[in-house]
Design a protein around this ligand. Sequence first.
Ligand SMILES: [Zn+2]
Length: 314
Amino acid sequence: MIYLGIDIGGTNLKAGLVDDSGKIVDSQSSATPTNLDDFSLGLRQLISNLLQKTDVISGVGIGCKGIINPVTTEVVTCPGTFKFLEGHRLADFIEGLFPPNIPIIADNDARVALVGEVVWGAAKNAQNALMLTLGTGVGGAILAEGKIVRGQSGVAGHLGHITIEPNGEMCICGNRGCLETVFSARAIEAAALSAIHRGCESILTTQFATNYEKLTCLDVFTAANAGDLMAKSIVNEAIRRLGAAIAGLFHIFDPELIIIGGQIAEAGDALFIPLNKEISWRIKGLIKHPARIVLPKISDKAGIVGAVALLVQM
Ligand SMILES: [Zn+2]
Protein backbone atom coordinates (compact mmCIF):
# COMPACT_ATOMS: atom_id res chain seq x y z
CA MET A 1 0.00 0.00 0.00
CA ILE A 2 1.14 3.54 -0.72
CA TYR A 3 0.19 6.50 1.46
CA LEU A 4 0.68 10.22 1.03
CA GLY A 5 2.44 12.09 3.83
CA ILE A 6 2.42 15.89 4.05
CA ASP A 7 4.53 18.07 6.34
CA ILE A 8 3.61 21.69 6.97
CA GLY A 9 6.76 22.54 8.86
CA GLY A 10 8.62 25.52 10.26
CA THR A 11 9.25 26.97 6.82
CA ASN A 12 8.75 24.49 4.00
CA LEU A 13 5.93 22.51 2.51
CA LYS A 14 6.83 18.87 1.85
CA ALA A 15 4.96 15.82 0.61
CA GLY A 16 5.96 12.25 -0.11
CA LEU A 17 4.74 8.80 -1.05
CA VAL A 18 5.45 6.30 1.74
CA ASP A 19 4.96 2.53 1.66
CA ASP A 20 3.58 0.45 4.55
CA SER A 21 7.07 -0.29 5.87
CA GLY A 22 7.70 3.43 6.42
CA LYS A 23 9.99 3.87 3.41
CA ILE A 24 9.75 7.09 1.37
CA VAL A 25 9.21 6.10 -2.26
CA ASP A 26 9.21 9.62 -3.64
CA SER A 27 9.04 13.13 -2.20
CA GLN A 28 8.80 16.77 -3.21
CA SER A 29 9.11 20.08 -1.41
CA SER A 30 8.30 23.66 -2.29
CA ALA A 31 9.39 27.10 -1.20
CA THR A 32 7.67 28.77 1.74
CA PRO A 33 4.17 29.96 0.85
CA THR A 34 3.46 33.29 2.51
CA ASN A 35 -0.31 33.46 2.07
CA LEU A 36 -3.35 31.22 1.79
CA ASP A 37 -3.62 31.28 -2.03
CA ASP A 38 0.05 30.38 -2.54
CA PHE A 39 -0.26 27.67 0.12
CA SER A 40 -3.27 26.09 -1.56
CA LEU A 41 -1.72 26.27 -5.04
CA GLY A 42 1.68 25.02 -3.86
CA LEU A 43 0.23 22.09 -1.92
CA ARG A 44 -2.05 20.97 -4.75
CA GLN A 45 0.85 21.20 -7.21
CA LEU A 46 3.12 19.08 -4.98
CA ILE A 47 0.43 16.43 -4.60
CA SER A 48 -0.50 16.42 -8.30
CA ASN A 49 3.17 15.82 -9.19
CA LEU A 50 3.35 12.88 -6.79
CA LEU A 51 0.02 11.38 -7.87
CA GLN A 52 1.35 11.06 -11.41
CA LYS A 53 3.74 8.41 -10.06
CA THR A 54 1.21 6.12 -8.37
CA ASP A 55 -2.20 4.65 -9.18
CA VAL A 56 -3.78 4.28 -5.75
CA ILE A 57 -3.35 6.18 -2.49
CA SER A 58 -4.61 4.40 0.65
CA GLY A 59 -4.75 7.49 2.83
CA VAL A 60 -3.35 10.95 3.53
CA GLY A 61 -1.51 11.88 6.74
CA ILE A 62 -0.61 15.50 7.54
CA GLY A 63 1.75 16.88 10.18
CA CYS A 64 1.47 20.59 10.96
CA LYS A 65 2.85 23.00 13.56
CA GLY A 66 0.44 24.12 16.25
CA ILE A 67 -2.77 22.65 17.57
CA ILE A 68 -4.62 20.54 15.02
CA ASN A 69 -7.97 18.77 15.33
CA PRO A 70 -7.07 15.26 14.10
CA VAL A 71 -10.64 14.39 13.11
CA THR A 72 -11.68 17.54 11.23
CA THR A 73 -8.05 18.52 10.30
CA GLU A 74 -8.84 22.09 11.42
CA VAL A 75 -5.80 24.18 12.32
CA VAL A 76 -6.88 25.59 15.68
CA THR A 77 -3.66 27.48 16.51
CA CYS A 78 -0.54 27.84 14.38
CA PRO A 79 1.94 30.51 15.51
CA GLY A 80 4.66 31.58 13.08
CA THR A 81 5.02 31.16 9.31
CA PHE A 82 1.74 29.37 8.74
CA LYS A 83 -0.46 31.49 11.01
CA PHE A 84 -2.73 32.20 8.02
CA LEU A 85 -3.91 28.57 8.25
CA GLU A 86 -5.70 29.14 11.57
CA GLY A 87 -9.41 28.31 11.30
CA HIS A 88 -8.98 26.33 8.06
CA ARG A 89 -9.39 22.60 7.57
CA LEU A 90 -6.30 21.12 5.92
CA ALA A 91 -8.46 18.50 4.15
CA ASP A 92 -10.31 21.32 2.31
CA PHE A 93 -7.12 22.38 0.53
CA ILE A 94 -6.71 18.97 -1.11
CA GLU A 95 -10.37 18.33 -1.86
CA GLY A 96 -11.05 16.75 -5.24
CA LEU A 97 -7.55 15.32 -5.63
CA PHE A 98 -8.57 11.93 -4.16
CA PRO A 99 -11.67 9.70 -4.14
CA PRO A 100 -14.02 10.90 -1.35
CA ASN A 101 -13.64 7.74 0.79
CA ILE A 102 -9.87 8.14 1.34
CA PRO A 103 -9.00 8.71 5.02
CA ILE A 104 -7.34 12.08 5.73
CA ILE A 105 -5.87 12.64 9.18
CA ALA A 106 -3.78 15.48 10.59
CA ASP A 107 -1.98 16.21 13.85
CA ASN A 108 0.66 18.37 15.51
CA ASP A 109 4.15 17.87 14.02
CA ALA A 110 5.92 16.72 17.21
CA ARG A 111 3.09 14.25 17.92
CA VAL A 112 3.38 13.00 14.35
CA ALA A 113 7.15 12.51 14.87
CA LEU A 114 6.47 10.44 18.02
CA VAL A 115 3.85 8.30 16.24
CA GLY A 116 6.44 7.63 13.52
CA GLU A 117 8.91 6.48 16.18
CA VAL A 118 6.25 4.30 17.83
CA VAL A 119 5.29 2.58 14.57
CA TRP A 120 8.72 2.20 12.91
CA GLY A 121 11.42 3.77 15.08
CA ALA A 122 13.04 4.13 18.50
CA ALA A 123 9.79 3.72 20.50
CA LYS A 124 8.63 0.53 18.74
CA ASN A 125 6.98 -1.74 21.36
CA ALA A 126 7.24 1.00 24.03
CA GLN A 127 4.20 1.78 26.18
CA ASN A 128 5.57 4.99 27.71
CA ALA A 129 7.74 7.36 25.70
CA LEU A 130 8.21 11.09 25.22
CA MET A 131 9.40 13.10 22.25
CA LEU A 132 11.17 16.45 22.56
CA THR A 133 12.12 18.34 19.42
CA LEU A 134 14.78 20.92 20.14
CA GLY A 135 14.71 23.35 17.25
CA THR A 136 13.85 27.01 16.77
CA GLY A 137 11.31 26.29 19.49
CA VAL A 138 10.72 23.15 21.57
CA GLY A 139 8.03 20.67 20.53
CA GLY A 140 6.84 17.69 22.50
CA ALA A 141 4.59 14.66 22.51
CA ILE A 142 3.57 11.98 24.99
CA LEU A 143 2.88 8.25 24.69
CA ALA A 144 1.45 7.09 28.04
CA GLU A 145 0.27 3.52 28.75
CA GLY A 146 0.32 2.82 24.99
CA LYS A 147 -1.74 5.85 24.01
CA ILE A 148 -0.77 9.15 22.41
CA VAL A 149 -2.01 11.79 24.83
CA ARG A 150 -4.01 14.63 23.25
CA GLY A 151 -5.82 16.14 26.22
CA GLN A 152 -9.18 17.90 26.32
CA SER A 153 -8.37 20.41 23.58
CA GLY A 154 -5.38 18.89 21.79
CA VAL A 155 -2.79 20.89 23.75
CA ALA A 156 -1.30 17.96 25.73
CA GLY A 157 2.37 17.33 25.05
CA HIS A 158 3.46 20.96 24.61
CA LEU A 159 6.56 20.12 26.64
CA GLY A 160 8.35 23.26 25.44
CA HIS A 161 5.89 25.28 27.51
CA ILE A 162 6.67 23.88 30.94
CA THR A 163 7.42 26.89 33.15
CA ILE A 164 11.09 26.83 34.18
CA GLU A 165 11.42 30.43 35.45
CA PRO A 166 8.26 31.97 36.96
CA ASN A 167 9.45 35.50 36.09
CA GLY A 168 11.51 34.55 33.05
CA GLU A 169 11.49 35.84 29.47
CA MET A 170 8.23 36.26 27.56
CA CYS A 171 7.31 33.18 25.56
CA ILE A 172 5.56 33.00 22.18
CA CYS A 173 2.63 31.33 24.03
CA GLY A 174 2.03 34.34 26.31
CA ASN A 175 3.47 32.71 29.46
CA ARG A 176 6.83 33.72 30.96
CA GLY A 177 9.89 31.53 31.42
CA CYS A 178 8.79 28.45 29.44
CA LEU A 179 11.42 25.79 28.65
CA GLU A 180 11.44 27.16 25.09
CA THR A 181 12.66 30.55 26.39
CA VAL A 182 15.72 28.99 28.06
CA PHE A 183 16.51 26.03 25.82
CA SER A 184 15.82 26.42 22.12
CA ALA A 185 17.90 27.57 19.16
CA ARG A 186 16.39 31.06 19.53
CA ALA A 187 17.01 31.21 23.29
CA ILE A 188 20.65 30.10 23.02
CA GLU A 189 21.28 32.46 20.10
CA ALA A 190 19.67 35.32 22.04
CA ALA A 191 21.88 34.67 25.09
CA ALA A 192 25.00 34.62 22.87
CA LEU A 193 23.99 37.76 20.96
CA SER A 194 23.35 39.63 24.16
CA ALA A 195 26.86 38.73 25.42
CA ILE A 196 28.37 39.69 22.04
CA HIS A 197 26.63 43.10 22.21
CA ARG A 198 28.10 43.63 25.66
CA GLY A 199 31.52 42.98 24.13
CA CYS A 200 32.29 39.88 26.22
CA GLU A 201 35.56 38.23 25.31
CA SER A 202 34.81 35.23 23.10
CA ILE A 203 35.49 33.64 19.70
CA LEU A 204 31.84 34.41 18.99
CA THR A 205 32.36 38.16 19.59
CA THR A 206 35.31 38.10 17.18
CA GLN A 207 33.37 36.14 14.56
CA PHE A 208 29.93 37.69 14.79
CA ALA A 209 30.13 41.24 16.24
CA THR A 210 29.74 42.73 12.75
CA ASN A 211 27.45 40.06 11.24
CA TYR A 212 25.48 38.88 14.24
CA GLU A 213 22.53 37.78 12.06
CA LYS A 214 24.65 34.87 10.85
CA LEU A 215 25.13 33.37 14.33
CA THR A 216 23.39 30.02 14.86
CA CYS A 217 22.84 27.89 17.92
CA LEU A 218 25.28 25.28 16.59
CA ASP A 219 28.01 27.99 16.39
CA VAL A 220 27.55 28.48 20.14
CA PHE A 221 27.89 24.71 20.75
CA THR A 222 30.96 24.55 18.49
CA ALA A 223 32.62 27.43 20.36
CA ALA A 224 31.78 25.79 23.69
CA ASN A 225 33.34 22.53 22.46
CA ALA A 226 36.46 24.42 21.46
CA GLY A 227 36.77 25.65 25.07
CA ASP A 228 35.41 29.18 24.67
CA LEU A 229 34.46 30.26 28.19
CA MET A 230 31.53 32.52 27.29
CA ALA A 231 29.97 29.92 24.98
CA LYS A 232 30.54 27.20 27.59
CA SER A 233 28.80 29.24 30.23
CA ILE A 234 25.75 29.83 27.97
CA VAL A 235 25.53 26.19 26.85
CA ASN A 236 26.05 24.76 30.36
CA GLU A 237 23.33 26.95 31.83
CA ALA A 238 20.88 26.05 29.05
CA ILE A 239 21.61 22.32 29.45
CA ARG A 240 21.24 22.55 33.24
CA ARG A 241 17.73 23.93 32.80
CA LEU A 242 16.79 21.43 30.08
CA GLY A 243 18.05 18.63 32.33
CA ALA A 244 15.93 19.95 35.21
CA ALA A 245 12.83 19.99 32.97
CA ILE A 246 13.49 16.49 31.67
CA ALA A 247 14.03 15.18 35.22
CA GLY A 248 10.54 16.51 35.99
CA LEU A 249 9.19 14.67 32.93
CA PHE A 250 10.76 11.42 34.16
CA HIS A 251 9.05 11.89 37.52
CA ILE A 252 5.66 12.62 35.93
CA PHE A 253 5.59 10.00 33.16
CA ASP A 254 8.21 7.39 34.16
CA PRO A 255 8.90 6.78 30.45
CA GLU A 256 10.93 3.88 29.06
CA LEU A 257 12.74 6.39 26.88
CA ILE A 258 12.79 10.03 25.83
CA ILE A 259 13.54 10.71 22.17
CA ILE A 260 15.33 13.98 21.52
CA GLY A 261 15.23 15.28 17.96
CA GLY A 262 15.42 18.63 16.22
CA GLN A 263 18.39 20.63 14.96
CA ILE A 264 20.04 21.09 18.40
CA ALA A 265 20.24 17.29 18.83
CA GLU A 266 22.86 17.49 16.04
CA ALA A 267 25.22 18.97 18.66
CA GLY A 268 25.77 15.30 19.66
CA ASP A 269 27.97 14.49 22.66
CA ALA A 270 28.37 18.20 23.49
CA LEU A 271 24.68 18.12 24.42
CA PHE A 272 23.99 14.53 25.44
CA ILE A 273 26.91 13.87 27.82
CA PRO A 274 26.26 16.85 30.15
CA LEU A 275 22.49 16.44 29.74
CA ASN A 276 22.57 12.82 30.88
CA LYS A 277 24.69 13.82 33.88
CA GLU A 278 22.24 16.56 34.85
CA ILE A 279 19.22 14.26 34.54
CA SER A 280 20.85 11.32 36.35
CA TRP A 281 21.56 13.05 39.65
CA ARG A 282 18.12 14.63 39.71
CA ILE A 283 16.11 11.42 39.21
CA LYS A 284 18.20 8.78 40.97
CA GLY A 285 16.21 9.04 44.20
CA LEU A 286 13.02 7.72 42.59
CA ILE A 287 14.08 6.09 39.34
CA LYS A 288 16.45 3.19 39.84
CA HIS A 289 17.44 2.52 36.23
CA PRO A 290 19.51 4.70 33.88
CA ALA A 291 17.56 7.36 31.98
CA ARG A 292 17.25 6.33 28.32
CA ILE A 293 17.69 9.44 26.17
CA VAL A 294 17.95 8.54 22.50
CA LEU A 295 17.98 10.13 19.05
CA PRO A 296 15.09 9.53 16.64
CA LYS A 297 15.50 6.45 14.43
CA ILE A 298 13.44 7.81 11.58
CA SER A 299 15.88 9.92 9.65
CA ASP A 300 13.20 11.75 7.67
CA LYS A 301 13.40 15.12 9.38
CA ALA A 302 10.49 16.47 7.37
CA GLY A 303 7.95 14.32 9.21
CA ILE A 304 6.40 12.78 6.10
CA VAL A 305 6.93 9.26 7.49
CA GLY A 306 5.39 10.18 10.84
CA ALA A 307 2.36 11.69 9.12
CA VAL A 308 1.80 8.37 7.36
CA ALA A 309 2.31 6.51 10.65
CA LEU A 310 -0.85 8.30 11.89
CA LEU A 311 -2.80 6.29 9.28
CA VAL A 312 -1.04 3.00 9.96
CA GLN A 313 -1.65 3.40 13.70
CA MET A 314 -5.40 4.09 13.24
ZN1 LIG B 1 5.48 29.10 26.29
